[in-house]
Design a protein around this ligand. Structure first.
Ligand code: GLV
Ligand code: MN
Ligand code: MN
Ligand code: MN
Length: 414
């Protein structure tokens, strides 16, 4: 854990900061990291963040939705119109080291850069850490920012369940939140003037351009749907092939149908990354299969049409197997365009940075519906993400943190 840092620090290196948590939440089965929200690993990372923020003299608080805020306000300005930067510390199952933590570590390093410059901030700065960005525990991505902005209703959020059947309300209460108070938080929202999230790039845009840092333009609309195929559970040895109503046979065809539907509508993406046969025994014909569909397209109407098409196909293949198929939307995020005026300001500060869009969701996308929001992406030489193969070179991480500091300095002082 960090020493208290004196007034004009040398900036901590992003790689050094990330190395401190490099052993936390590693997943020996899947490889990479599994740090679901409020797991021991994610809590340890939050403590790491809190200790580093405190060592820099920042005031750390958790809001009623579990978002961590660390305030840097040397001039004692009113906590309004703040410039906010940050990201998340939870991960997908078997994820990489950078998706989330890079933006948090870069935010800490950027504060060091700013404290080493002779700035007279006209606005407060806050670092933010959002819980459950990946939705890998309760199923709804960006749950923290959705709660903060009211993009998900409090009742619905409280009732969400993790794979062990624990409700969000119960788990939140165990971790110090008052579940009756989760939900849209106008007081906290009113404090934020601008949000800038730095993130590892999750594709090959920067690798192909040979550049270390990009400015974000937009996030592809995306959503998650749960498809439940119901059939008849039975014995794998005694049930003749002609007598089966096997929902997994139908589900397998839905996986292919989703792939085909997206291929027919470029640049759509459709993925089934999670399939759960119930009860899930080798010698048991499943009675039910839940599968989760992730569909993305820049045109929200096309996304809706694709989902409808996949559902219709699911009904057909289910019927052919003597099964039924039901679809429920779990979350949807319309295509988000970052604030054009803010983007122009970032371009003035970083004239060499290309402007790229992304197919990955972020809290910045949720916040973009409420306030001027921007993103910075840092080159990922593998072009791979949501995988242990995700990577950022140390030198690029530093370039990213410096770019973030330059952007923050401009926003704080101009
Ligand atoms: C989150 O990273 C997503 O894009 O699903
Ligand atoms: Mn992320
Ligand atoms: Mn992610
Ligand atoms: Mn994400």
């Amino acid at each position: 854990m960090p020493e208290t840092i004196a007034a004009a620090p040398t900036a901590a290196s992003v790689a050094g900061l990330l190395a401190e948590v490099g052993g936390t939440g590693t997943d020996p089965v899947r490889g990479g990291y599994s740090r679901p929200v409020w797991s021991t690993a994610e809590l340890e990372l939050r403590e790491w963040f809190t200790a580093h923020a405190a060592a820099r003299g920042l005031d750390v608080e958790a809001d009623r939705n579990g978002v961590l805020w660390a305030w840097w306000n040397p001039a004692g300005l009113p906590l309004t119109d703040a410039v906010v930067t940050g990201s998340h510390l939870d991960s997908v199952p078997g994820g990489g080291a950078f998706d989330g933590p890079l933006g948090v570590a870069a935010a800490l390093a950027a504060v060091d850069h700013l404290r080493g410059r002779d700035l007279a901030p006209r606005r407060p700065l806050a670092l933010a850490v959002f819980p459950e960005e990946e939705g890998s525990r309760f199923g709804v991505a960006c749950l923290g920012s959705r709660l903060l902005t009211g993009a998900i209703g409090a009742d619905r959020a409280r009732a969400l369940r993790d794979p062990d059947g624990n409700s969000f309300a119960d788990v939140a209460a165990r971790h110090g939140l008052d579940p009756r108070r989760v939900g849209r938080d106008d007081e906290t929202l009113a404090r934020i003037g601008t949000f800038v999230e730095l993130h590892v790039e999750q594709g090959r845009g920067l690798v192909d351009l040979g550049r270390p840092v990009a400015i974000g333009s937009s996030i592809l609309g995306h959503g998650r749907w749960r498809l439940t195929v119901s059939g008849e559970g039975n014995h794998a040895g005694t049930t003749l092939m002609a007598d089966r109503r096997d929902p997994l046979v139908a589900a397998a065809q839905v996986v292919v149908a989703a792939r085909d539907a997206a291929r027919a509508h470029p640049p759509a993406r459709a993925t089934v990354g999670r399939v759960q046969p119930v009860p899930g025994g080798t010698n048991v014909i499943a009675s039910r299969v839940d599968l989760w569909l992730d569909v993305r397209h820049p045109d929200d109407a096309t996304t809706a049409a694709l989902v409808a098409q996949i559902h219709e196909r699911a009904r057909q293949v289910a019927a052919a197997e003597g099964c039924t198929a039901e679809l429920v939307e779990e979350s949807f995020s319309p295509t988000a365009h970052f604030d054009p005026a803010l983007r122009e300001r970032l371009r003035e500060v970083l004239p060499d940075a290309p402007v790229l869009d992304t197919g990955a969701g972020h809290d910045a996308g949720v916040l973009a519906a409420h306030l001027p929001t921007a993103m910075l992406f840092v080159r990922n030489p593998s072009g791979v993400s949501h995988s242990p193969a995700e990577h950022v070179e140390d030198v690029d991480a530093e370039v990213g943190a410096t770019a973030l500091a330059d952007v923050l300095a401009d926003l704080l002082t101009r």
